[in-house]
Design a protein around this ligand. Structure first.
Ligand code: NAD
Length: 481
């Protein structure tokens, strides 16, 4: 087992701490295939220590005034920015995405700490009129307590910040479990949190796999769960969490819709962008493109032209905009979806294979498939890879019916120049968010982002003040005069 880049430990109680066990996970770079280090497999005793540290720290932190908490959050944002290049480099090494994307992720993570610091000081309750002239009622927000934060590997630092920034700002404590194969960016970021004066124990990190996450979620000292990951895992976590508070951000298979009056070039560029950013390993990536039959052939030509601008390669090369996939599981899923599409008569127009002569077998070519059948894996499951799967339908009603057939309605996009049509699609597409005239893969840190009810994509919202509301309890006070 190699130990570069450093003999990495857990982060518990404000410091890098050795595990009480001696089992370790190796970590391999998807870009180079080299072993880049190892992390301990957390034991039950490690989980107990992290939860105890969090609970103890939270009691004092929850009582600090919001301006003090906001000052610390601003300091974290500054400290992350100060280490931006180190963090971005580590993230690209362990995750595989192009360095320029990692730089954007670090900048966005830092901004989240500033944003939530500012949101928290404006989080006000209300005074509520009573039916009794001698009663007064009012509401305010209290931290929930200690959160288990379970994150995925596609945005290691950003997903950490999406929960920890609002959680800290509102007085919560956290035990974070990143996946064991992308642990280093978050562990390195803990140095920035310590530099910024985050009190010991408020944020603990235990990298690990499913069993560590399950033990953490079910731990009696954990009050609430923040999860970002697949719908299948989300369902298991919710079964373990029982009545604990939860925010669940799960898989997506949202459609990108192209209506006949759309700017086809713009729509094609957006479809391709949503397939190559983070190698399509994004919950709101281009998963299904549904184009009106009247413009289908022109749109396909435009997609192929846009795809010519994609450069697959070394993620540290500034010319690269498509890096390797993160792991063999995702690459195998792409192979499976391409094979299934082929069996069901789809036309492979580009890519559909791993590029040979690369340092690993994870370099997947940007893939364009046309004539995708509605019951194929491309259409019914999240592909989570660099692919633009195209289907045609005749008219708005048929497009809506096809678009809403799949349950994973997280985020959709619609391209049209007609305002009334845009409104109709925003209202009738069954997804959490609908973007008009931009990629499904567009978001803003101030945008409430999450799944549509009953669609298997989770609940709760990440973004802006909505995460603060999700990570706090609305407390009501009532006084008899
Ligand atoms: P995953 O579900 O395999 O794992 C997510 C996390 O859960 C990991 O840390 C994993 O170790 C942990 N885990 C696995 N089993 C567990 C269990 N039984 N109990 C507790 N924790 C457990 O997902 P992934 O492959 O890491 O990430 C990709 C998925 O994440 C995609 O489906 C993607 O759409 C989704 N995602 C969603 C959003 C969103 O905002 N909705 C954002 C990013 C990613």
């Amino acid at each position: 087992m190699c130990d570069a880049p450093g003999d990495v430990q857990l982060f518990v109680g404000g410091e890098y701490a050795a595990s009480t066990g001696d089992e370790r996970y190796p970590v391999t770079s998807p870009a180079t295939g080299e072993c880049i280090g190892s992390v301990p497999v957390p034991t039950a005793a490690d989980i107990d220590s992290a939860v105890a540290a969090a609970r103890s720290a939270q009691r004092a932190w929850g009582r600090r005034n919001v301006w003090e908490r906001a000052r610390v959050c601003h300091a974290v944002g500054d400290a992350l920015s100060a280490r931006a290049e180190e963090l971005a480099t580590l993230q690209t090494l362990e995750q595989g995405k192009p360095l320029r994307e990692s730089r954007d992720d670090v900048a966005e993570a830092a901004t989240l700490f500033h944003l939530h610091a500012e949101d928290a000081v404006r989080l006000t309750g209300e005074t509520i009129p009573s039916t009794d002239a001698n009663k007064r009622m009012w509401t305010f927000y209290r931290p929930v307590g200690t959160w288990a934060i379970i994150t995925p590997w596609n945005f290691p630092l950003l997903m950490f910040a999406e929960f920890v920034a609002p959680g800290l700002a509102t007085g919560n404590a956290h035990v974070v479990k990143p996946p064991a194969h992308t642990p280093f960016t978050v562990l390195a970021a803990m140095g920035a949190l310590a530099d910024a004066g985050v009190p010991e124990g408020l944020v603990n990190v235990l990298p690990g796999e499913g069993p560590t996450g399950a033990a953490l979620v079910g731990h009696p000292g954990v009050d609430a769960v923040g999860f970002i990951g697949s719908s299948a895992t989300g369902a298991k976590i919710q079964a373990t969490a029982g009545l604990k508070r939860s925010i669940m951000e799960c898989s997506g298979n949202g459609p990108l819709v192209v209506l006949p009056d759309a700017d086809l070039e713009r729509a094609a560029e957006a479809a391709v962008y949503g397939a190559y950013v983070c190698s399509g390993q994004v919950c709101c990536a281009t998963e299904r493109v549904i184009v009106d039959a009247a413009v289908h052939s022109d749109f396909v030509d435009a997609v192929l032209a846009a795809a010519d601008g994609v450069r697959l390669g070394d993620p540290f090369d500034p010319a690269t905009n498509l890096g390797p996939l993160n792991n063999e599981g995702v690459a195998a899923k792409m192979d499976r979806h391409v094979g299934d599409g082929d069996r069901r008569g789809a036309k492979l127009l580009r890519g559909g294979r791993r590029q040979p002569d690369r340092p690993t077998e994870l370099y997947y070519e940007l893939t364009v498939v046309d004539g995708v059948a509605p019951d194929s894996l491309f259409a019914t499951e999240e592909s989570f890879g660099p692919v633009v799967p195209i289907m045609a339908a005749d008219g708005d009603d048929a497009i809506l019916e096809l678009a809403n057939r799949d349950r994973l309605g997280l985020q959709a996009a619609v391209f049209t120049r007609d305002l009334s049509r845009a409104y109709r699609f925003v209202e009738e597409l069954e997804t959490g968010q609908v973007v008009v005239n931009d990629s499904t893969c567009w978001w803003d840190i101030n945008m409430p982002f999450g799944g549509a009810g009953g669609r298997g994509t989770g609940w709760g919202r990440i973004g802006g003040k909505h995460t603060l509301l999700g990570m706090t309890d609305l407390r009501t006070g009532a006084i008899q005069l």
